[in-house]
Design a protein. Structure first.
Length: 257
């Protein structure tokens, strides 16, 4: 969109200036991208505010499964969303894991639009923005958690430049085992990690949780990478080694330098 963002300005100011005050021009662009389809918009809002599973999105959109699946295929062709598959091929669970795929917006901006702007267009057209920010404040942590994971993935790609990352993604299964980050380098090194966008420091117990999951899935990681919004306890910092890497939000600033 060729917009220069001054990231030193407050977030609310930036959202009003570059998104809400520009609603009509952005809506025209997004409308063309999504064929101005009301069912598409309902599904996209369901994905943006839900757990990214198809059934959850269809339920939120009040659309039946067959119609929803057809819409998902078309939205993929339009490159609005993409399907994300659990990275189970790096685990012992490859044959048994029948967990559903998840849906991912191709850009964080489109996810923001369908979570906080598109469903509240009536008020935004009247330049009444309180409802938009009320919803954003209620869902901000959930919204930012996925963005934080995506940035962490990009950082890991940058971190392992000398041994290029070949595959990177997430793992989940029906037994509620989840890894926010799992990757494999060209040389076969395995990296696992967690990304915590919370207001609490990450404790040593997080390493134990990751080790338990890896043991269940018969993964032997070469590196464990922990990303935290608020940093780490001293006990966890003392565990830091060449194979255990700790990063905060400040670390991610290198991605925009």
């Amino acid at each position: 969109m060729d917009i220069k963002i001054d990231i030193n300005k407050p977030l609310r100011t930036l959202i009003i200036r570059h998104i809400l005050n520009e609603y009509y021009s952005i809506q025209e662009y997004v409308g063309k991208l999504t064929k101005n389809s009301a069912p598409f918009h309902k599904i996209l809002t369901g994905i943006a505010l839900g757990d990214r599973r198809t059934n959850s999105a269809f339920k939120r959109a009040d659309i039946d499964y067959d119609e929803g699946i057809e819409a998902i295929y078309e939205l993929e062709e339009l490159e609005v969303i993409t399907t994300e598959t659990s990275m189970d091929f790096l685990t012992s669970n490859f044959e048994e894991n029948d967990v559903s795929d998840k849906l991912l917006f191709t850009t964080p901006f489109l996810r923001f639009w369908f979570a906080f702007v598109s469903p509240l267009y009536r008020g935004i057209k009247r330049e009444e923005y309180d409802e938009c920010f009320d919803r954003f404040n209620n869902y901000q942590s959930e919204f930012m958690s996925l963005v934080f994971e995506q940035l962490s993935h990009e950082y890991v790609k940058d971190l392992f430049k000398d041994d290029e990352i070949e595959e990177i993604g997430r793992y989940w299964d029906d037994e509620k085992n989840e890894l926010d980050l799992i990757a494999q380098s060209t040389s076969g090194k395995i990296i696992v990690g967690s990304c915590k966008y919370t207001n609490n420091k990450v404790k040593k117990s997080e390493i134990n949780r990751l080790r338990d999951i890896c043991e269940k899935l018969e993964i032997v990681p070469d590196y464990v990478t922990l990303f935290s919004k608020k940093g780490f306890t001293n006990e966890l910092k003392n565990e830091k080694t060449q194979s255990l890497k700790l990063y905060t939000v400040k670390s991610l600033k290198s991605l925009i330098s």
